[in-house]
Design a protein around this ligand. Structure first.
Ligand code: 13P
Length: 248
């Protein structure tokens, strides 16, 4: 059985004070869940959030990291730096990083290797643009991104990776892929994993859907057989919404 994982991606939102208040508000309301509960916050909030989440079932993740251990990489943060403060997860290859910060399939692969080597759980994102969807390229695009992301990742490590399928046209637009469409693509990603590894590995890897997930549609999405979680932007910013998402 794959453990469901609901993750908030706060993107570039919230002060430390706001983030700490958020965790304090939700911690009692998500305590009884079997769902892996994760908040991915901006770097400046991470240490404070790890501190306030201690003793709860809420995990704290970063939204990016560099693939080198150290060096002259102005503005970057390493896996060790994240580990040092108690971060457990890291989003890798979010479409906004691909679009605005020159993230490539190659850097996604390097970062995935590094995260695994350091014991961080990588959440590797894939997904197509509206143009690609309209050209019927959704599956090809996702396959290319996933094959490259998993290049030289061992069958032992592969199940430690979480995949997030996030169609770009559904991010922050209020347009959600139908739960059936999302499940079709995610089932296809699972087939790709069968080809790369085996049935057993493919069955173990958790795959989230992301793109305008909100309290009103989370249950339908989570009811799909191949969807194991959600990566949520806008609706993760309000504590009451996030609580509903986790308790879908
Ligand atoms: P929204 O939930 O705001 O559409 O964002 C999705 C996303 O990009 C999560 O990583």
């Amino acid at each position: 059985m794959r453990k469901p994982i609901i993750a908030g991606n706060w993107k570039m939102h919230k002060s430390i004070a706001d983030g700490v208040a958020f965790i304090n508000e939700i911690k009692g309301q998500v305590a009884d869940t079997d769902v892996e509960t994760l908040v991915c916050a901006p770097y400046t909030l991470l240490a404070s959030l790890v501190e306030v989440a201690k003793g709860t079932n809420i995990k704290i993740g970063a939204q990016n990291m560099h693939f080198e251990d150290k060096g002259a990489f102005t503005g970057e943060v390493s896996a060790d730096m994240l580990k040092e403060i108690g971060v457990t997860h890291v989003i890798i290859g979010h479409s906004e990083r691909r679009q605005f910060f020159a993230e490539t399939d190659e850097t996604v692969n390097k970062k995935t290797h590094k995260a695994l080597a350091k014991g961080l759980t990588p959440i590797v994102c894939c997904g197509e643009t509206l143009e690609q969807r309209e050209a019927d390229e959704t599956k090809t695009v996702c396959k290319t991104q996933i094959v490259k992301a998993f290049e030289n990742i061992s069958a032992e490590d592969a199940p430690k990776v979480v995949i997030a399928y996030e169609p770009i046209w559904a991010i922050g637009t209020g347009k959600t892929a139908s739960s059936q469409d999302a499940n079709d693509v995610i089932a296809y990603i699972r087939e790709v994993l069968v080809g790369l590894y085996s049935d057993a590995v493919s069955e173990e890897v958790r795959i989230q859907y992301g793109g305008s997930v909100k309290p009103s549609n989370v249950e339908e999405i989570m009811n799909e057989a191949d969807i194991d979680g959600a990566l949520v932007g806008g609706a993760s910013l309000e504590a009451s919404d996030f609580v509903q998402l986790v308790n879908f």
